[in-house]
Write a protein of this length. Structure first.
Length: 460
C-alpha cells in the first residue's frame, strides 16, 4: 500500500539533508577564508544554524499538515537535530548528498502505478516557460535554491541514472517534488494566513463582491451552485460557501489534495496555532536574514466550522476535465485507476462518497486557473457545458501560460474574450486588476500580474 503522505515527508527529509549539506559547505568556505574576519564568520555560522533549525520546523509543519486530524504527529527526523550542527572544523561536504538519484527507499515508494499520477501532476502544473523568474515547478513564484541539482558545483558527478530516474528522468525528479512541497507552503500562506490577506483582497474580493451583487438574496444562495476549478488551497471556495452559496472545490494536485483533506476535515480551529517558515528556502533577492527567516502563522480564521449555517461545500478532487467530462455524468475517475492511498483512505472513495457533486452549476469562479491548462478551447467549451443557461463565469488571473506555445494555444486577452463570446457567452464586465501571487513581501523580487477579470453570462 502506498501512502502519499509518507512519500512527501520522505522527500522533504531528503531536501532537508541536501539543504544542510549546502549550508555546511558555505560555512566551510567562509571558515577557510583568511580574508573574512572572525566576527563575520561567526555571523554566518549563527545565521546558517538558524536556517537549519527553521527547515526542521518546516518538516514539523509538513508532518502536521499530512497527519490525520486528531492523531499524534510523530516526529520522524532522522537527520541532525537543532543542536548538532557540526562545528566548523568538522564540516564536510559530500557531493553525493547532492545527487539527484532516488534512494532504494524512494524507489520502493514509487511503484509503477504512481507513474501515471506523477506524470499527470507534472503535466498539469509544470511551467515550461523560459522566463527564469518563474521556473519553479508548479507556480508563479521565485524558485527554491537549496536544490538537489548541483549544477553550480563543478566537482559534482553528473546524476547517475537509477531505474526510476531513467524512467522518469527530469520530468519527475526529487527536485520537482520539493518544489511542489515548497509551493504547497506558499499556497497555504496565500490562503490561510494574515500574510496572504493583501493577495486575497486583490485576487478574491472581486469574486465576493460580484457574487453578492448578482445574487443579493442570502436565502436563495443555498440553491446557487458555484464551482471553483483549480482551487489551490481552497480559500476562495471556502469563503464563497460562507457567503451562503453551495460551493464545489475542484483541485487535482495530489500534494494539495492531501493538505486540503487536513484543512477541511475539521479541527483547525485554533487561530495562528501552526508555524511555518515558507521563505527559508529563498536565497535570492534577499536584503537581510529576516526576509528569509520570517515566521508565518496559520490559520488566520477557524477552519472547519462544518456546523455553521452556510458552510456548504463539496469536494471534487481530480482532473477537472475528467470529472466534468461530456461522456460520463458525473465522471469521478481521475484517481480511480491508481492504488494511491492517503492515510488509509482511498482518495477516490472520498470523492465518490460525496453526494453533492454533480455536473451542472450556476456560477464558475476561476482564479489563476485558465492559463494553467493545456487546451484553453477545451476549457471554455467545458465551462459552457457545465453552466446552466443564464449562469455566470467569473474569471480573475494572468495569461502567463504554463504550457509551451508548441503544445498550447496562447490567446491574448482580446482574443480570449472574442473566443469566449463565440462559445455563446456575453461579456458583462471586463477590466484588468493588479494581483500578486505567493509573494514574499520583503523580497527584492516582486511580480505583479495585470490579471484579466471578466464576468461572462451563458446565453444559450
Ligand atoms: C496557479 S494555481 C491557482 C490556485 C488558486 N486558484 C489560487 O488562485 O490561488 C492553479 C491550480 O490549478 C490546479 N489545476 C491545474 N490543472 C488542473 C486540472 N486539470 N484540474 C484541476 N485542477 C487543476 C493546479 O494544481 C493548481 O493548484
Amino acid at each position: 500500500m502506498l501512502f502519499v503522505e509518507d512519500t512527501i515527508r520522505a522527500l522533504f527529509r531528503k531536501y532537508e539533508t541536501s539543504a544542510k549539506s549546502v549550508i555546511r559547505r558555505n560555512i566551510q568556505i567562509v571558515h577557510n577564508s583568511n580574508q573574512i574576519n572572525p566576527s563575520i564568520q561567526e555571523h554566518f555560522k549563527r545565521k546558517y544554524e538558524l536556517i537549519i533549525a527553521r527547515i526542521e520546523d518546516n518538516q514539523r509543519f509538513l508532518n502536521w499538515l499530512l497527519s490525520e486530524p486528531g492523531s499524534d504527529v510523530v516526529e520522524k527526523h532522522n537527520v541532525d537535530s537543532h543542536n548538532s550542527t557540526p562545528a566548523l572544523s568538522s564540516t564536510t561536504t559530500t557531493t553525493s548528498m547532492l545527487e539527484t538519484e532516488l534512494t532504494q527507499d524512494e524507489e520502493e515508494m514509487f511503484p509503477s502505478e504512481f507513474d501515471d499520477v506523477l506524470m499527470k501532476e507534472n503535466n498539469t502544473s509544470s511551467d515550461s516557460s523560459n522566463d527564469e523568474s518563474y521556473q519553479s515547478g508548479s507556480s508563479y513564484h521565485d524558485g527554491s535554491s537549496f536544490s538537489y541539482q548541483s549544477s553550480t558545483s563543478s566537482s559534482s558527478p553528473s546524476p547517475k541514472k537509477s531505474k526510476s530516474s531513467s524512467k522518469r528522468g527530469v520530468r519527475w525528479g526529487p527536485n520537482t517534488i520539493i518544489d511542489k512541497v515548497l509551493n504547497l507552503f506558499l499556497l497555504v500562506v496565500r490562503d490561510w494566513s494574515s500574510e496572504g490577506l493583501d493577495e486575497r483582497v486583490q485576487s478574491y474580493n472581486p469574486f465576493y463582491a460580484s457574487l453578492e451583487r448578482y445574487y443579493p438574496s442570502v436565502e436563495q444562495r443555498r440553491d446557487i451552485k458555484v464551482i471553483c476549478p483549480g482551487a489551490g488551497m481552497g480559500r476562495l471556495p471556502y469563503d464563497i460557501s460562507m457567503l451562503g452559496f453551495h460551493t464545489t472545490l475542484n483541485e487535482n494536485s495530489l500534494f494539495l489534495i492531501v493538505a486540503l483533506k487536513r484543512i477541511f476535515s475539521g479541527g483547525v480551529n485554533d487561530l495562528n496555532s501552526q508555524t511555518l517558515y515558507p521563505f527559508i528556502h529563498q536565497t535570492k533577492n534577499i536584503t537581510d536574514e529576516h526576509t528569509q527567516t520570517r515566521r508565518i502563522l496559520i490559520p488566520d480564521i477557524a477552519i472547519g466550522r462544518k456546523d455553521e449555517p452556510g458552510a456548504n461545500m463539496s469536494f471534487a478532487y481530480g482532473d477537472f476535465f475528467d470529472i466534468y467530462s461530456p461522456q460520463v455524468s458525473p465522471a469521478l475517475t481521475s484517481l480511480s485507476t491508481t492504488t494511491i492511498t492517503s492515510n488509509n483512505t482511498n482518495i477516490n472513495a472520498n470523492i465518490n462518497a460525496n453526494p453533492n457533486t454533480s455536473n451542472k452549476f450556476d456560477c464558475i469562479c476561476s482564479s489563476f486557473f485558465i492559463d494553467t491548462v493545456e487546451n484553453i478551447f477545451t476549457l471554455i467549451e467545458r465551462f459552457h457545458l457545465i453552466l446552466n443557461v443564464g449562469g455566470l463565469w467569473m474569471n480573475n488571473g494572468p495569461l502567463h501560460y504554463h504550457h509551451d506555445a508548441l503544445t498550447s494555444f496562447h490567446l491574448n486577452s482580446t482574443e480570449l474574450l472574442d473566443i469566449v463570446r463565440s462559445y455563446n457567452f456575453e461579456i458583462l464586465e471586463y477590466k484588468l486588476i493588479d494581483c500578486q501571487y505567493t509573494k514574499n513581501k520583503d523580497s527584492l523580487f516582486q511580480a505583479i500580474f495585470n490579471c484579466v477579470w471578466f464576468i461572462a453570462r451563458k446565453i444559450k
